[in-house]
Ligand binder design. Structure first.
Ligand code: NAD
Ligand code: MG
Length: 381
């Protein structure tokens, strides 16, 4: 029986991970961490019987404890709580389904405790990939990608010689605003940006898909996961999200992974790798599908993507600035405090002002994050 702990169990990836545990019946859930949705967490605890649960605040912990006072579950809080969930002795795999750089410390703690990482929390690799990847090697643990594109690349590389990998062809849907020009994007509303054409995901990543920042973050995620240079990653827009990504080898052969847009496939693949399990759900029907079309990404009207390549090229602490500025800008957009086009504008301003730290430590990464947040706060007053 595989034993898994989940950071962010009440979110989009977290709940789908538990769905997989439910249908397979041979995954034991040992620990769960969530932010504030105590009601959903209680239901999960009652169904999956973990021995440890984490919530962010003391107040939420009190509420949770009172809800589950009939159960023998330890409740922990804050960063220490997340780390406890990550290190918990019983588990073998940690699913990182939390949003943001808050995932860095628990991911490191889990690796040091010998856990494999099923990684959805791309922000951790984007900002601390230079620390995470060597550490995984040192600790003898695996980083198994959950992000659909990265799972696709991982599947395409199965049994191949990594040295013969020539290019990664990272596919993108183009998001809900594909084809729109800047003038049309100026006044788009939160509701419009939250309507992703193919995937149902958490709010932050859905906005990132609309700005193409998600693809920028994924490019940096891929760079670390597969040890390639940013210029060897090509973004290919494929609006229906049928091809989840491709790799090109030295001889020009291209291998792709295709499927319906369902995150349960990459999650399940990460949890059972190298095994494949039956997964209920729709199958691709090529007769109905008819066409798969391709486009170049529009970097002019969606400058968030180009900025990611700039951040990756400079490296060091600049990807952290890119990520932190985006995170804050997205929160402001969701609160209707700024417009859609201000998201990349804020990222660009923060990146321009930043003095790059070459190989930042975790402390420096988190310090950079705080500085970016403070800077954005200042800019708005
Ligand atoms: P989400 O917003 O749906 O869920 C986030 C989860 O994190 C929730 O359970 C929330 O309670 C928890 N959380 C937030 N703050 C917390 C805190 N302080 N302490 C403990 N838990 C906290 O997000 P999501 O869409 O599931 O995305 C999770 C990660 O996976 C992100 O890094 C995202 O980029 C990545 N990802 C998501 C998808 C997708 O389909 N949703 C696809 C690829 C990658
Ligand atoms: Mg993705």
């Amino acid at each position: 029986m595989k034993k898994i702990a989940i950071l962010g169990s009440t979110g989009s990836i977290g709940t789908q991970t538990l769905e997989i545990a439910r249908t397979n019946g041979d995954l034991e859930i040992t620990a769960l961490a969530a932010g504030s949705n105590v009601e959903r967490l209680e239901a999960q605890i009652r169904e999956f019987h973990p021995s440890l649960a984490a919530v962010w605040t003391e107040e939420k912990a009190k509420e949770l404890k009172s809800r589950i006072r009939d159960l023998d579950v330890r409740v922990v809080t804050g960063m220490e709580g997340l780390i406890e969930v990550a290190e918990q002795p019983e588990s073998g795999i940690l699913v990182t389904a939390i949003v943001g750089m808050i995932g860095i410390r628990p991911t490191i703690a889990a690796m040091k405790a010998g856990k494999d990482i099923a990684l959805a929390n791309k922000e951790t690799l984007v900002t601390a990939g230079h620390i995470i990847m060597p550490l995984a090697e040192e600790c003898g643990v695996r980083i198994l990608p959950v992000d659909s594109e990265h799972s696709a690349i991982f599947q395409c590389l199965n049994g191949e010689n990594r040295g013969e990998l020539h290019k990664i062809l990272l596919t993108a849907s183009g998001g809900p605003f594909r084809g729109k020009k800047k003038e049309e994007l100026r006044d788009v509303q939160v509701e419009d940006a939250l309507k992703h054409p193919n995937w149902s995901m958490g709010r932050k990543i859905t906005i990132d898909s609309a700005t193409l920042v998600n693809k920028g973050l994924e490019m940096m995620e891929a760079r670390w996961l597969f040890g390639v240079e940013p210029e060897d990653i090509k973004i290919v827009v494929q609006p229906k999200s049928i091809i989840h990504s491709m790799v090109e080898f030295a001889d020009g052969a291209v291998i792709a992974q295709l499927g319906t847009p369902d995150m349960k496939l990459p999650i399940q693949y990460a949890l059972y790798y190298p095994q494949r399990r039956y997964l209920p759900g729709e199958r691709l029907d090529f007769w109905k599908l008819g066409q798969i079309t391709f486009e170049e990404p529009d970097m002019e009207n969606f400058p968030g993507l180009g900025l990611a390549f700039d951040a990756a090229a400079a490296g060091g602490s600049l990807p952290t600035v890119y990520n932190a500025a985006n995170e804050r800008a997205v929160a402001l957009f969701l609160d209707r405090k700024i417009g859609f086009l201000e998201i990349p504008e804020l990222i660009e301003r923060c990146m321009k002002e930043h003095k790059v730290i070459k190989a930042p430590s975790v402390e420096e990464i988190l310090q950079t994050e705080t500085e970016v947040y403070e800077r954005i706060e200042q800019m708005r007053h």
